[in-house]
Design a protein around this ligand. Structure first.
Ligand SMILES: Cc1cc2nc3c(=O)[nH]c(=O)nc-3n(C[C@H](O)[C@H](O)[C@H](O)COP(=O)(O)OP(=O)(O)OC[C@H]3O[C@@H](n4cnc5c(N)ncnc54)[C@H](O)[C@@H]3O)c2cc1C
Length: 444
């Protein structure tokens, strides 16, 4: 098969590796510069949380360990209140269950280099796919350097070109009643940073995802291996308290100093970052179908862009690639069947993690500082450690790559409702009959 992939981002590069391992010829067209050659400007490094689902997919192509080398473990979240007091809460049963903070650029570079090691894979940079004819399986590619246009053909077209995918938008034009909708969050985000301490080291606790929950908004910070932190402020786009209203640096600075007094002294470049980093939009994309006959298919954000509050967008994208690979294993050369099975398996899960991610936004923003929620987490932690079979919703999503997101959503929400109700009317979780609670939980 000759396969064209639109996009050499995280999903496109990993998908190419899976396909090359099967002997397919893969050409990837990427509109950006080759980030391995472009000089990286000093300063910010954007990071992502990589967890069990993504690691499982990377393990299958032998890249898990190389990628983890540059990561920082985050076994829990460190919550900061307005007085600067902190509370640490584990994500899993113990410190051995953690998520990994990893540089997006380094990860992408490793994946591209690993893909190019296969003679079957070529990546063409600064080439933007502009139009697609699925009947003829042809694409028009625009050269962003010389302005020329090239016509290409393939046996299969894979859209790994992110939330604004041209492959999806072309399907939308060609398939009658194509369903596609993006629900935008009222909140946007701005990236900020905390540099390494003078002389090296970390200015905040290294092994944690830091959160400053403030009810209708929040700041988070993820550590980088070089001692810096990538911070993200999630804040309403419009309204009295909003990015739109904070229209000059003095207002922004005052707000930050009032709300996040223990973080701001470390944000040495805050003024420059306020001016240079745009406010990003956040939305949940749901679309259907994800494929067109045996001609084209979507993977990653092209099929299911989600909000980042479960740290699962990339993990889900990697899981797409792994599932598509398994569908190929099961169905040989029957690409119509391969794509049908892939879509049936993944569409429901893409929707489920999209919903979970929005729910987690409200949990991180409003609930982590709530005493009922804190009691619930304490109780759940006791249950998780006492009964090996019990897994919290967070653990089902993050540490359980063998259960689908659909199960994590339905079971996790039932458990959460039960435990939140229980913890609402009690002062402490110390003297509860944990055996009885567990017996109720497994019946849900
Ligand atoms: C603020 C934020 C924080 C996040 N944090 C996490 C996290 O902690 N954990 C996690 O798992 N996920 C996280 N995500 C989600 C994650 O970034 C995405 O899910 C992931 O990047 C999806 O990978 P992708 O390859 O599908 O798309 P992308 O990474 O968007 O890659 C698409 C590629 O296609 C190229 N392209 C686009 N159009 C064309 C075209 N017409 N022709 C050629 N090339 C094209 C683009 O240049 C790009 O390189 C976060 C997202 C955001 C916004």
């Amino acid at each position: 098969m000759h396969i064209i992939i639109s996009g050499a981002g995280l999903a496109g590069s990993l998908m190419a590796i899976y396909l090359a391992k099967k002997g397919h010829k893969v050409d990837i067209y990427e509109s950006r510069l080759d980030m391995r050659k472009a000089t990286i400007s000093a300063g910010r490094s954007i990071n992502l949380a990589l967890s069990a689902r993504g690691l499982k997919a990377l393990h299958e192509v032998g890249l898990e360990l190389e990628i983890l080398k540059g990561s920082v473990k985050m076994p829990g979240r460190m919550m900061h209140d307005k007085e600067g007091k902190t509370i640490f809460a584990l994500y899993g049963k113990n410190e051995d269950e953690f998520i990994n903070s990893i540089s997006r650029a380094d990860l992408n570079k490793i994946l591209m280099t690993a893909a190019e090691k296969y003679p079957e894979v070529s990546i063409y940079f600064r080439k933007e796919i502009r139009t697609v004819d699925f009947d003829k399986k042809t694409l028009e590619v625009f050269d962003l350097d010389n302005g020329g246009t090239e016509s290409l053909s393939a046996d299969l077209i894979i859209g790994a070109d992110g939330a604004n995918s041209i492959i999806r938008r072309s399907m939308e034009k060609q398939i009658p009643d194509y369903q596609s909708r993006i629900d935008w969050l009222d909140h946007g985000y701005k990236e900020l940073s905390i540099p390494p301490a003078d002389g090296g080291g970390f200015r905040l606790e290294r092994d944690a995802l830091h959160i400053w929950p403030r009810s209708s908004y929040m700041l988070i910070a993820l550590p980088n291996a070089d001692g810096s932190f990538t911070c993200t402020l999630f804040y309403p786009n419009e309204g009295v308290e909003s990015f739109a209203a904070m229209d000059n640096y003095d207002k922004f600075k005052k707000f930050m100093e009032t709300e996040f007094p223990d973080a701001v002294p470390h944000m040495i470049d805050m003024e420059e970052e306020y001016h240079s980093n745009p406010v990003g939009k956040l939305g949940t994309l749901k679309c259907y179908p994800w494929k067109l006959g045996n001609a084209a298919v979507l993977v990653g954000d092209a099929a299911h862009a989600i909000v980042p509050f479960y740290g699962q967008g990339m993990n889900a994208s990697f899981e797409d690639c792994q599932t598509l690979n398994e569908c190929i294993d099961r169905n040989g050369d029957d690409w119509t069947k391969i794509l049908e099975e892939y879509e049936a398996l993944r569409k429901v899960n893409g929707d489920a993690i999209g919903d979970l991610a929005v729910e987690n936004f409200y949990e991180m923003r409003d609930k982590v500082a709530d005493p009922v929620f804190q009691r619930k987490r304490k109780l759940e932690h006791i249950i998780e450690n006492r009964f090996a079979n019990y897994r919290s919703k967070y653990a089902l999503v993050t540490f359980s790559p063998d259960v689908p997101y659909t199960y994590a959503k339905s079971q996790g929400n039932k458990q959460d409702n039960y435990l939140m109700n229980l913890c609402r009317d009690i002062e402490s979780v110390e003297n509860l009959d944990v055996e009885k609670i567990y017996a109720e939980l497994i019946k849900l």
